[in-house]
Design a protein around this ligand. Sequence first.
Ligand SMILES: [Zn+2]
Length: 243
Amino acid sequence: MRSSALGLLALAALLVGLPAAEAVTSAPLPVVVLDPGHDLRANPATEPIGPGSATRKIKDGGGTHGVVSGLREADLNLRIALRLRPLLERAGIRVVMTRTKTAGTSIGNIARARIANRAHAGLFLRIHADGSTDPRARGTHTLYPALHARWTDDVYSASRRAATLVQSELVRALGFPDRGLQERPDYTGFNWADVPVILVEVGFMTNPAEDRLLATPAYEGRAALGLCRGTMRFLGRPASRCR
Ligand SMILES: [Zn+2]
């Protein structure tokens, strides 16, 4: 009796659930803004690190480059973003890119944040690779905004949750050491964002082993898959749709 009653309830829930599921598919698609870091040229102009701030930082120092591959960080970031875009789109996400080629002077971080704000992004995903003077430094880490009244209090918790999920999927996909999460109070692109924002450092281009791997289509694909899976989990959607 009891199990058949439960079965009927489950059937009823399924039937009631069907129109709701249809309604979801006609709702506006969630938007993810992909921000491949840097560009062909650095931008030495300065900008305030947050709205109304007297502290200014350079717009873009230009990024690092591969010690073995010779690849520019801007190009690696873009390669990963261009692989991630179709994965997300096939998974039902609308993607907006801050740039689609490496061809000019970097627009700076306020401009990047404004693109994400204007798009009402569900996630503003900034893609970078790391550099260090120590060639042994290696691994993946993810940065998110520190809590700052009026600047990040509206996006702090969601950003931290996104960082946790994306870092875990990215480490799983790449197999590089897990350097964990880091809060940053000083990232202009975080402080100007009105939407959840994270910045991934996929690996170290100054580490010969990681540089060699990251310059391959296989590892760029792995990075894109990990980023897709983490993003989907953050948006409350099945990561299995990343394929
Ligand atoms: Zn960078």
